[in-house]
Design a protein around this ligand. Sequence first.
Ligand SMILES: [Zn+2]
Length: 228
Amino acid sequence: MNLSSDILDISMPLHPGIPTWPGSDGIRILGTKRIDEGDAVNVSRIDCDLHVGTHVDAPWHFLKNGQTVDALSLDILIGPAVVLEIPEVALITSRELQVSNLSEGTERVLLRTRNSVRWARGVAEFKEDYTALSADAALWLARRRIRLIGIDYLSIQPFEKNERTHEILMRSNIAILEGLDLSRVCAGRYELICLPLKLMAVEGAPARAILRRCPDKREPTPDIGGAI
Ligand SMILES: [Zn+2]
């Protein structure tokens, strides 16, 4: 797809071969009508885990009385965002956030980690050792009044660890954007536009997410080499 060079698509392509959470059925796309088979039109349907690919988690995912995805404010999902590059660690703690020099007033943070190397290399299988956010980092974000946090893997929380990262973020009204592909994005300031499907009364939704470069910040394409 040709996009203007000021627009960076940070959404994962949705197809049946996409990496998925263990036990998830991912996405299945069914052709119900096909011109090649004599139908007048092509028509398809999807059967889709709502946490497949790039998606938003709503508080109801973890909290009994939490908001569902249709109630999330677009004011949070759209606006100035900072892409932070934290390539070296498996667990992002408050220490990494502390030294990142986030400027005062930042409300949206997207974490570009070593996970993005996997997207760039087309690694199809799920990796349990993905980089994620610790509970104390979630508390740090809440203290800094961050309104949205995004990460470049399928969960913001470490795999099978009792970090309570999701719960802390949700109780602090911080929107969670997961499954970003930041492999072609440099650290810096952008405008985020994230539009989850308007599915009613559920805990999450696939989203199209893009970054628009700030006019004065034309970043070069990053080097995405490095070990997985
Ligand atoms: Zn999710």
